[in-house]
Design a protein around this ligand. Structure first.
Ligand code: GRG
Ligand code: 1GP
Ligand code: MG
Length: 254
């Protein structure tokens, strides 16, 4: 999958388990929307939100970020431009390897084989569309290298993170991504709290082809500018979109 990241500096992360603001014109100045979250997310609420966003903003790039294969179906895949799948460097083995191998094992199975109980939604997708579903999915999947730095966040609990990386380790993870793993995105995640520019600076030194995203606690334009100045390609703004529309609008860069 290759997305045109040129000009993408502001990304909005919409949580399908939260209420959408009534006026979706709020999204006029964002460059990309990612739909995903840690708690109470289902295939059904994801699809409902994707459809509302697509009809309000047909031209806005739209991603689904699943944290489990059960959030993915033929309908969600068809509704998005990309399926951005996290791999958490400082998480447990499940969240860097096992969930992915399980997901792709299900996709890779022959369509006429019986599907196990594990991944019924993905299995149904492959069964209903046949082998081209595999190519279809592969075409839309985009890997996101995550470093989860706020130990108090749901994202940390969910992905088995028990220690944050030092800036030196962030730099190492970035270099590994750029030169070895090849994920399209490197994501410095401070979900729920503002982490400042230090990790972004550390990562940016080693990233050239990889897109660098920072998310966590962004509530002002000064924070956005500080992160972009540190070398991020874009900020990701989540909670404030649901909680405070005026503050959300102030996070958009000049
Ligand atoms: C194989 C497939 C399709 C999925 C697995 C993908 C993996 C490994 C996901 C790991 C889970 C994880 C940490 C995802 C991070 C992205 C995420 C959902 C962050 C958002 O968390 P918030 O909902 O903002 O957290 P808070 O509730 O703390 O605000
Ligand atoms: O919700 P906030 O703190 O804005 O964080 C955004 C995003 O990085 C969460 O995955
Ligand atoms: Mg959040």
């Amino acid at each position: 999958m290759s997305i045109d990241w040129n000009g993408v500096t502001h990304v909005t992360k919409v949580d399908p388990a939260e209420e959408l603001p009534s006026d979706l014109a709020l999204l006029d100045r964002t460059d990309l929307v990612i739909v995903g979250g840690s708690d109470d997310v289902t295939e059904e609420n994801t699809l409902a939100v994707l459809e509302r966003l697509r009809s309000a903003h047909p031209e806005l790039p739209l991603f689904q970020e699943p944290y489990s294969a059960s959030h993915v179906s033929s309908a969600t895949v068809e509704a998005v431009d990309a399926l951005s799948v996290p791999a958490v460097y400082n998480g447990d083995r499940d969240n860097f390897v096992s969930k992915h191998v399980e997901f792709f094992t299900e996709i890779a199975r022959k369509p006429d084989e019986a599907f196990g109980a594990g991944l019924p939604v993905v299995g149904e997708y492959v069964r209903s569309k046949g082998r081209e579903a595999v190519a279809d999915l592969a075409e839309k999947v985009l890997g996101e290298a995550y470093v989860v730095q706020n130990l108090d966040s749901e994202a940390a609990a969910e992905s088995g993170v028990d220690a944050a990386y030092t800036p030196e380790q962030v730099a190492g993870a970035a270099l590994a991504t750029e030169s070895f793993y090849g994920f399209e995105v490197f994501y410095v995640e401070y979900s729920g709290t503002y982490g400042g520019p230090e990790d972004v600076e550390a990562a940016a030194t080693h990233l050239d082809d990889t897109v660098l995203l920072y998310g966590g606690g962004i509530r002002t334009q000064e924070q956005t500018e500080e992160i972009l100045d540190a070398g991020a390609d874009a900020v990701v703004v989540g909670d404030v979109f649901h909680e405070d529309p005026d503050a959300y609008l102030r996070t958009v860069p000049e």
